[in-house]
Design a protein around this ligand. Structure first.
Ligand SMILES: Cc1cc2nc3c(=O)[nH]c(=O)nc-3n(C[C@H](O)[C@H](O)[C@H](O)COP(=O)(O)OP(=O)(O)OC[C@H]3O[C@@H](n4cnc5c(N)ncnc54)[C@H](O)[C@@H]3O)c2cc1C
Ligand code: FES
Ligand code: FES
Length: 480
């Protein structure tokens, strides 16, 4: 059993134990490693000042927020901070472009932008302006103005030396990472134990034996309150060393996503099989968040405004669950339809000791129209006030004038204590979609829901938005 998390930091091996391993990565980099280039501004994953690059299990270097992730979660990874970009006094391409395009004033946000742009450069040799903007949705600047920063992203030239992957993922360090990630990790810190077993059986045994054991996946929900003074659960269980749970399998009919798969992996995998979900995930948080956050975590968090949930409701979402049976100790598995998964506000209907191993959902079928909407106060990196998912199959235009719908699924987030599917609206939608039908279904939606008022929107506002999202969808369907 290992007692230290192992990471390669700017190419140098670090073994991190005890309380240090449970520090937030940014605090550890700045306080313990003397690397102050990684800034901390919001400590909530919202501004990108703390961006560092991570490669795990052979992936390319992706941007992550160091302020809400612990060192222990980075076990087995190669990490590069802004200090690691320097090479023989030469500026890295992102630094040079930021300088030439006058894209920095006070400079406090600049290392974060440089790291986000470097992550983009690792995947895109000639990015479009839209690609640059998508990679920068997780970075805020309060004084320069974004045009110059976007210019810098487009003006980056090829690196003069090797890419980060060539430079930092050498065979020897990759071998070490492969070796350490095949051994379980157990870190004991003051008032926290962090376990990362290498098998599902061992994970379930921990869930069964340790009271209050909590799964820590990306930590993008769990890490934020800790920075505001909340305590971690006494026992944290990380599944990151269980390779079976990394799976993202795209079949002809179903997509299956393991508990470890990040939303970035899901987005890439869905580009062909569920393109609307892939497009929608561009509006989910930022690249930094999506590079650590999991689909299982979004479901298990059970928020009424969890953005993937309305989609899962209309796409036949299923949770694949496992626990250690108390009677005989064998692994007991069951499937739970997403329709049955939420038992109340932020409550998931799991049994004690149970965890999500996979989440599966339908691939988009021929003849099916899927549309996903998110309404928030700003387009990028914001929490939904209302979200909606519509999936219909149609049988053509009976009269030649209006489309005829033979199957409909409709779900909303942000309008009740849990995400909801509206069966009566689905029934009402079947048949010819005439302007009169659109008006009556919109009115039905307004009356069928009872949203709360909060700082993201009043109840009345949410009713109007919910009906308008349907009107917009219907308009698109009627236009063909
Ligand atoms: C800046 C920022 C922006 C965000 N933007 C969005 C957004 O646009 N839309 C949105 O919906 N959410 C958003 N979130 C919330 C969050 O990123 C998502 O809910 C994310 O999917 C959580 O996944 P995670 O892996 O980080 O979960 P964690 O934080 O690790 O865990 C969340 C919960 O799920 C439980 N859990 C995790 N995995 C399992 C499992 N396998 N079995 C059982 N329980 C499990 C944990 O115990 C915990 O209770 C945002 C968060 C931040 C910080
Ligand atoms: S400090 Fe703002 S995202 Fe980390
Ligand atoms: S240059 Fe000052 S915050 Fe961006």
């Amino acid at each position: 059993m290992r007692e230290a998390a192992v990471i390669f930091l700017n190419g140098v091996r670090r073994d991190v134990r005890g309380g240090d391993a449970m520090m937030m990565l940014a605090d550890w980099l700045r306080g313990e490693e003397g690397l102050p280039g990684t800034k901390v501004v919001c400590a909530e994953g919202d501004c990108g000042a703390c961006t560092v690059l991570r490669s795990f299990r052979g992936s390319g270097f992706d941007a992550v927020n160091a302020c809400i992730t612990t060192v222990a979660q980075m076990d087995g990874s190669h990490l590069v901070t802004v200090e690691g970009l320097e090479r023989s006094g030469e500026l890295a391409p992102a630094q040079e472009a930021m300088m030439k395009c006058h894209a920095s004033q006070c400079g406090y946000c600049t290392p974060g932008f440089v790291m986000a742009l470097t992550a983009m450069r690792e995947r895109h040799a000639t990015p479009s302006r839209t690609t640059v903007a998508n990679y920068l949705t997780g970075n805020l600047c309060r004084c320069t103005g974004y045009e110059q920063i976007l210019d810098a992203g487009c003006a980056m030239v090829a690196p003069k030396s090797h890419s980060l992957a060539e430079r930092y993922r050498d065979a020897a360090s990759v071998d070490v990472c492969n070796q350490v990630t095949s051994q379980p990790l157990s870190i004991v810190a003051p008032s926290i134990r962090f376990h990362a077993p290498t098998t599902l059986r061992a994970a379930l045994a921990l869930m069964a034996s340790e009271d209050g054991c909590r799964v820590l996946a990306g930590g993008t929900d769990l890490g934020v309150p800790v920075n505001k003074g909340a305590a971690w659960a006494q026992t944290l269980l990380s599944l990151h060393l269980i390779p079976d749970l990394d799976l993202v399998e795209v079949g002809r009919r179903r997509v299956t996503v393991g508990a470890n798969a990040t939303l970035s992996c899901v987005r890439r995998a869905c580009e062909g099989a569920v393109p609307e979900f892939a497009r929608f995930l561009n509006l989910f948080a930022s690249p930094q968040i999506k590079n650590t956050a999991t689909l299982a975590g979004n479901v298990a968090n059970a928020s009424p405004i969890g953005d993937t949930l309305p989609f899962l409701f209309v796409a036949g979402g299923t949770l694949h669950l496992a626990r250690r049976a108390p009677e005989h100790g064998r692994i007991e598995r069951r499937e739970l339809s997403i329709d049955q998964a939420f038992s109340g506000y932020r409550r998931l209907a799991l049994q004690p000791g149970e965890l999500i191993t996979h989440v599966s959902f339908d691939a988009t079928r021929k003849g099916e129209t899927l549309r996903l909407f998110k309404v928030s106060q700003r387009k990028d990196l914001d929490i939904s006030a209302v979200s909606a998912a519509f999936a219909i199959t149609r049988v053509g235009n009976r009269s030649g004038e209006y489309p005829v719908i033979d199957g409909a699924r409709v779900a909303y987030g942000g309008i009740a204590a849990t995400p909801v599917r509206l069966a009566q609206v689905e029934d009402a939608l079947r048949g010819e979609l005439t302007p009169a039908k659109v008006a009556s279904v919109a009115s039905l939606i307004t009356h069928a829901i009872a949203p709360i008022s909060d700082l993201r929107g009043s109840s009345a506002y949410r009713r109007i938005v919910a009906a308008n999202l349907f009107r917009r969808f219907a308009d698109e369907v009627m236009r063909g």
